[in-house]
Design a protein around this ligand. Structure first.
Ligand code: 5AD
Ligand code: SF4
Length: 453
């Protein structure tokens, strides 16, 4: 008798990925999920039934590592309660910064994988399966990662992220990124165009180009080195790609060409996240930002000449070492001058290993009080921007179902969420919407030419 070959396919396993932090981590989590799909893992939305849990961590501010350790403690409890084994991995910037220390403190952790090493996950899982102990991989050149991740990426929504650049050479005195993500690396233009084509072919209408310092992009092109402006111009030629955005940028890398692109390329959306951190020249100098507050004001004037309706966003840090009341007032006046459409603000948090961490720190109450005042100023400016949209008609990309039946959420050109009543089958369309209501974090509207119910 001939033996029947065993045709039983191995059971698929369940993977839960928790993403902390920035959009680059959202992108990386998607890429890890794809890589592991090819190795038999299906993504699930909660850890309860997962065979493998990956925490894709962030190290940029406040006790990030502590949050990860407490999540690990919760997972250990969950594993004990349910009585079936759970493999646990720590990925991202905390993995990079803490490395082996994670396994020493939490022996339940099976994998520690730095942001440049995700393509190694299948091999790390193989090693675990063959009985090797915990796997820690934190140092790999970034180009290996992109070259080795699968080239099968598909859009899962009408909006998609595309990482074009990683790392940073700026060394702002507060920031851990140059240490956790390493030196600046730009992916070759041809790879990015190919990935963008795949995203558009699978339904993306809007792509956000990502990088810690995205406007410093300088990738290998067919003949010469491409700037971000060149990349955006070429992407804008892709049939079916209606919208392009990019984030996050440094003021000193806003080249003339990129500013001009904002006036010339319809697909480049009128929204720019351009962190300044402080309005005081003394603090900007201490932060090693290498620009002044007035330099930033003039830059934004030029961008607004190129694209008058551009909506500005930014990041602010309050309570950086040495910040006086007068420095802080300069930040408030910069906020008023720019009239941000939205912005983020943070209390300075000393990051181990960064130059400012050893300086004398500002008292916590002072930081808290300044943060509240900055947030009030930003809220006022954001409310004015939101209110100014009422009565306007703008193209909205219908990107996801809304909270209620028959409702959808969409994205305005200025990155606002817009909810409206519209057939959910129209997901992925860009429709004209007349804005009827402004809320703090969203707008309400009706399809242009129709009336509010
Ligand atoms: N403390 C507070 N905020 C920080 N950021 C980066 N590092 C720190 C820190 N040590 C903020 C900056 C940056 C954003 C991503 O996070 O504003 O632009
Ligand atoms: Fe960090 Fe941005 Fe400064 Fe680079 S430019 S060091 S990522 S804050």
């Amino acid at each position: 008798m001939t033996a029947t070959p065993d045709t039983k396919t191995p059971a698929r396993k369940k993977l839960y990925v928790k993403t902390y932090g920035c959009q680059m981590n959202v992108y990386d989590s998607e890429r890890m999920t794809e890589t592991l799909a090819a190795r038999g893992y299906d993504a699930v939305d909660t850890p309860e039934t997962a065979d493998l849990v990956l925490l894709n961590t962030c190290h940029i501010r406040e006790k990030a590592a502590e949050k990860v350790y407490s999540d690990l403690g919760r997972l250990r409890k969950l594993e004990a309660e349910r009585g079936t084994p759970m493999q646990v991995g720590v990925a991202g910037c905390v993995a990079q910064a803490e490395g082996e220390e994670i396994v020493r403190r939490m022996p339940q952790v099976d994998l520690v994988v730095g942001p440049q090493a995700y393509h190694r996950l299948p091999a790390m899982l193989d090693a675990l399966d063959s009985g090797a102990g915990a796997q820690v991989v934190t140092d790999f050149p970034v180009n290996d990662k992109f070259a080795d991740l699968p080239k099968t990426r598909k859009a899962s929504a009408p909006t998609a992220f595309l990482s074009v650049q990683e790392g940073c050479d700026k060394f702002c005195a507060f920031c851990v990124v140059p240490y956790t993500r390493g030196a600046e690396y730009s992916r070759p233009a041809a790879d990015l165009l190919a990935e963008a084509h795949r995203l558009v072919d699978s339904g993306a209408r809007e792509i956000t180009l990502l990088g810690q310092n995205v406007n410093a992009y300088h990738g290998e092109g067919p003949q010469d080195v491409w700037s971000l402006a060149r990349l955006v111009r070429e992407m804008a030629e892709i049939d079916g790609l209606a919208r392009i955005r990019y984030t996050t940028s440094h003021p000193n890398d806003m080249s003339d060409d990129l500013i001009a692109a904002h006036g010339e390329i319809d697909a480049l959306m009128p929204f720019l996240h351009l962190p300044v951190q402080s309005g005081s020249d003394r603090i900007l100098k201490a932060m090693n930002r290498k620009h002044t507050a007035d330099g930033y004001r003039r830059l934004i004037d030029r961008i607004r000449v190129a694209r008058p309706d551009i909506a500005m966003s930014g990041d602010f840090i309050v309570g950086f070492p040495g910040e006086t009341d007068s420095d802080f007032k300069d930040t408030l006046s910069l906020i008023r001058d720019i009239a941000y459409a939205q912005a983020f603000s943070f209390k300075y948090s000393p990051r181990p290993g960064t130059p400012a961490a050893g300086s004398e720190q500002i008292a916590e109450e002072v930081k808290a009080e300044r943060l509240a005042r900055v947030q009030a100023a930003l809220a006022e400016s954001q409310a004015a921007f939101q209110q100014g949209c009422v009565g306007e008609t703008m193209p909205v990309l219908l990107d996801r179902p809304g909270k209620f039946d028959g409702q959808m959420m969409g994205r305005s050109p200025y990155l606002q969420n817009v909810h409206l009543t519209v057939d959910p089958a129209r997901r992925g369309e860009i429709v004209p919407v007349t804005i009827t209501e402004a809320h703090r974090n969203s707008l309400g509207g009706v399809l242009a030419g129709t009336h509010a119910p």
